[in-house]
Design a protein around this ligand. Structure first.
Ligand code: 4NP
Length: 172
């Protein structure tokens, strides 16, 4: 497994008054809306939510308009997160609007980098797993869609770890 490294783009964002973060997965009904909910809650706990704009989107638009998958909402709710995002596809304009585009797995990462209109925009695309301190057995935030309860719990474990560490690095 490749060693995890905090991507260099984070240094350029540290201390910025407002940081715009877009979490991206395939369907935008499991991992990325959960990441959005976890990040918002962690930012609110720290009193820094006003310094962040947080959104999520998917590379596959087939679930557009839907709430997160019921299983994801149930597992998140058990940890105190209420997920009410409506799925939407990633748009080219997202690369201009957002400072950081956080991919859940390698396929998401490669597709987002290929979509980026400019080299600067390409550098905004990072992997969620690079912010995760624990879970050495994981090299991405795996798609839980065809898994049981443990897949959804693992997604939340990874996101809680990664979001806290991402917030530490952003210094908002
Ligand atoms: P997500 O999970 O990318 O974490 O939202 C998936 C949800 C739906 C599908 C794939 C992954 N799907 O193919 O419909």
């Amino acid at each position: 497994m490749k060693d995890r490294e905090i991507p260099a783009v984070i240094d350029r964002l540290a201390g910025k008054d407002k940081v715009r973060i877009l979490f991206v997965c395939l369907g935008n009904i499991c991992r990325s809306p959960a990441a959005e909910g976890v990040m918002r809650a962690k930012a609110e706990e720290r009193g820094v939510a006003g310094h962040l704009e947080i959104d999520s989107a998917g590379l596959y638009g087939g679930h557009a308009g839907e709430l997160p998958d019921r299983r994801m909402r149930v597992h998140a709710f058990q940890r105190g997160y209420s997920l009410d995002h409506r799925s939407r596809p990633v748009r080219e304009a997202d690369f201009e609007r957002f400072d950081l585009i956080v991919a859940m797995d390698h396929s998401n990462y490669d597709r987002l980098r290929a979509m980026a209109p400019t080299v600067e925009d390409e550098e905004k695309v990072v992997r969620m797993i690079d912010f995760v301190k624990g879970f050495p057995q994981c090299d991405c935030v795996p798609d839980p869609y065809y898994d049981g309860a443990e897949g959804f719990e693992l997604v939340l474990d990874l996101l809680e770890d990664g979001c806290v560490n991402l917030l530490d690095h952003l210094e908002v």
